[in-house]
Design a protein around this ligand. Sequence first.
Ligand code: PRT
Length: 225
Amino acid sequence: MTTETRLRIAMQKSGRLSDDTQALLKRCGLTLNVTDRRLLAHVANMPIDIMRVRSSDIPGLVMDGVCDLGIVGDNTLEEAALERELMGQKSQYIRTSQLNFGGCRLSIAMPEGFDYQGIKSLDGLRFATTYPQLLNRYAKEQGINVEFCLLKGSVEVAPRVGLSDGICDLVSTGATLEANGLVEVEEIFKSKASLIQTASALCSEKQSILDTLLPRIQGVMKAKE
Ligand code: PRT
């Protein structure tokens, strides 16, 4: 099969979703030979290529049709879609299935001792976040104005160093918030990993690979429940 007829799947190269994604693909019967240096890995026993990239690049790769499928957190996906809409770019994709790993929530957290009396207490404040679009949408829905400063990591330290009043970041166990003297006050988005698909029609060869793969993914997800 030529490269054009091999199904291309984008997954996180390294990070919180990469092990679960790799395990899922292996349980679907894909023989993966993923080494750290190879960013485009051929699946030996199926006409599939795996592109290993940063999570934040996956939505764009699928929306632009560079990859046929991608496995990414809903938080990253929704933030990218909102950002692209704002810039007048194409933001279509199909959510083929929600997966049962990568669970977390995007929450607003304030320093301990902050007098939180409901959402209006946050009006006019400044938040450090990696997710300005999701924060902005929530603030608009709630009828408040917020400012943000964009941080790609170590968001929890921002209030302590005077960069922001609070933060808007992902939480799973809550241990990081606690360790940094922060208290969760509003959950604004719930997230899990999703399998997404390009909105463009696939050629018949790719569609038939997908038709084989999808029931396997759903079977693995069911078995894990
Ligand atoms: O690949 P790239 O670097 O672009 O993406 P990334 O920075 O989002 O990577 P990574 O590996 O940190 O996260 C990948 C995805 O995992 C996220 O987009 C979420 O969909 C999902 N996920 C699930 C999480 C968490 N749980 C999580 N807890 N991503 C990040 N965290 C961080 C959070 O930002 C905070 O710093 O973990 C800390 C809080 O964890 P707790 O357990 O202390 O609450």
